[in-house]
Write a protein that binds this ligand. Structure first.
Ligand code: GLC
Length: 529
């Protein structure tokens, strides 16, 4: 189980209102207590922060906002002493427009080797004033921006599948691949255990960059669906190459390395291709995250994953929350019924379901506290580029990125040292007091205890280790499956109680469950006697 640390919102050690690497180090004992195997750190590299660090200006350093390389080394050392693995977020599809190679490309003429590292092309129309093709960027607007040539005339266009500040690398240029080999080695030499790979179905584009039949599909669905821009066959060679670099390190020191991809592709079968034995070890299977709170929907995505991914001998990597998505408590609470607690009950049940599935599980900071999405942030504090680029229509990713509450009754809730005058980079609502980690730890009914207990059992019970699952008969609206010979997990998606599939008291339940009953919006684990 890997815990995603969104560094700028985890814990601030300096008082500037932005979380940092020293803050992560200070939080490690908390994570150890929770029972995580490893952490994934969101990007902390030098960056102008147009997309909170997913616009990297230097892949081999630390932005002063977050610390420096010495602090990074201290963090890795402290994590190692606690037995916590460290994964970095690597961003190979695009860099920042401030990256020295992109600046060099801007200063170089059309057709130069410096431009070949990116996708520069002449525009269409009589004076080249139209973009080279009709693709739209994921975050809205055209996927091309026009540059002014060094002599001051309007010039070529460059491709950016996200914001204009994130030019896409041209992976057909061997220098780009070689540079990323160097980046991997730089961090592996510093002791990291692996990488979460951003946009891992990206990198290569169709070689001719032709027009798309549905150019706005990515922006419309907020998913990488343009078949010409994503999931090109050549990308698999990159993962083979990165896997062999990891294996080289493992051969040297006997320690495992892990590559986990952010892979968004149309089907589970396509997804399975990314986790073939010589490619990525893991790839997030987002269909569970996208499924609505419905027994049939959950059963369908779990069955497809078990058949198409686990069926090929790979691991399925489950995830319910991350820094790009509305948090489960709020998502499952729709339509919102004030004070019903339905979203929270369902999110607790989903957590037990996920932890019972065969495969890897990732949780996103705050998930273990049951944090809801902060839905009422004022427009002037929103920083997600999607908000800006959709003409202030899509308020999507700030509400799950609000800094964590650690203690106390008022913001900054121990997130940042000092007093109320210290302002977290996004404002924390008053009700965060209820979710602070000190309260969660003290209350055995909290989300935190559910996650901690679930993780403890997951590491102790061989039934919850490798292997598969067997569906059991269950009434409509209930999912039940068995792991190993005797561990049963059941989830009641409805609101009315149903008979439990196993008599006796559950080993662990996400809500009150009298013997023989599976309460509504509840999941439980039993060992059959
Ligand atoms: C991934 C990241 C997201 C980022 C995007 C562009 O989807 O998770 O936060 O904005 O890539 O790098």
């Amino acid at each position: 189980m890997i815990y995603q640390v969104y560094v700028r919102s985890f814990l601030d050690s300096t008082g500037d209102g932005i979380g940092d690497l020293a803050g992560v180090r200070a939080g490690l004992p908390y994570l150890k207590k929770l029972g995580v195997d490893g952490i994934w750190l969101s990007p902390f590299y030098p960056s102008p922060q147009h997309d909170h660090g997913y616009d990297v200006a230097d892949y081999c350093d630390v932005d002063p906002l977050f610390g420096d390389l010495d602090e990074f080394d201290r963090l890795v050392g402290a994590a190692r002493r606690l037995g916590i693995k460290v994964l970095l977020d690597i961003v190979p599809n695009h860099c920042s427009s401030e990256h020295p190679w992109f600046r060099e490309a801007l200063a170089a003429p059309a057709g130069s080797p410096a431009r070949a590292r990116f996708h520069f092309a002449d525009g269409r129309g009589p004076d080249g004033a139209e973009p080279p093709n009709n693709w739209h960027a994921m975050f809205g607007g055209p996927a091309w921006s026009r540059v002014t040539e060094p002599d001051g005339t309007p010039g070529q266009w460059y491709l950016h599948m996200f914001t204009p500040e994130q030019p896409d690398w041209n992976w057909r240029e061997p220098e780009v691949a070689a540079e990323f080999d160097r980046v991997l080695r730089f961090w592996l030499d510093r002791g990291v255990d692996g990488f979460r790979i951003d946009v891992a179905a990206g990198l290569y584009k169709h070689p001719e960059l032709p027009d798309s039949d549905d150019p706005e599909a990515d922006a419309r669905t907020r998913d990488s669906v343009n078949p010409l821009a994503w999931n090109q066959p050549e990308v698999h060679d990159v993962w083979r190459r990165w896997r062999s670099i990891c294996e080289e390190y493992t051969e040297r020191d006997g320690l495992d390395r892990l590559l986990v991809g952010e892979v968004s592709v149309p089907t589970a079968r396509e997804h399975a291709r990314y986790v073939r034995p010589d490619e990525l070890h893991q790839a997030f299977f987002f269909d569970l995250l996208s499924a609505s709170w419905d027994a049939d929907a959950f059963r369908k995505v779990i069955s497809e994953a078990m058949q198409d991914i686990a069926g090929t001998g790979s691991t399925v990597t489950w995830v319910l929350n991350n820094h790009d998505q509305v948090r489960t408590v709020t998502r499952y609470g729709e339509p919102a019924t004030e004070g019903s607690g339905l979203g929270a009950a369902r999110a607790r049940a989903a957590a037990l379901l996920m932890l019972a599935l065969p495969g890897a599980a990732y949780i996103y900071q705050g998930e273990e506290l049951g944090l809801p999405e902060v839905v009422d942030l004022p427009d002037d504090v929103l920083t997600d580029p999607i908000f800006r680029r959709t003409g202030s229509r899509a308020r999507i990713r700030d509400g799950c990125r609000v800094p964590l509450p650690w203690s106390g009754q008022a913001s900054p809730f121990g997130f940042t040292p000092g007093t109320e005058s210290a302002k977290p980079w996004l404002p924390q609502p008053e009700y965060f007091a209820e979710y602070a980690t000190d309260r969660a730890l003290a209350d055995t009914r909290s989300f935190w205890h559910l996650y901690r207990d679930g993780l403890q059992l997951r590491s102790q019970l061989p039934q919850l280790g490798e292997g598969t699952l067997r569906w059991l008969d269950a009434p409509p609206g209930v999912l039940a499956f068995e792991r190993g010979d005797d561990l049963v997990c059941a989830v009641n998606f409805g609101t009315a109680p149903t008979p439990a599939p196993v008599s006796g008291t559950p080993l662990l339940a996400s809500g009150p469950c009298p013997p023989g009953v599976l309460s509504g919006s509840t999941a439980a684990w039993w060992i059959r006697s």
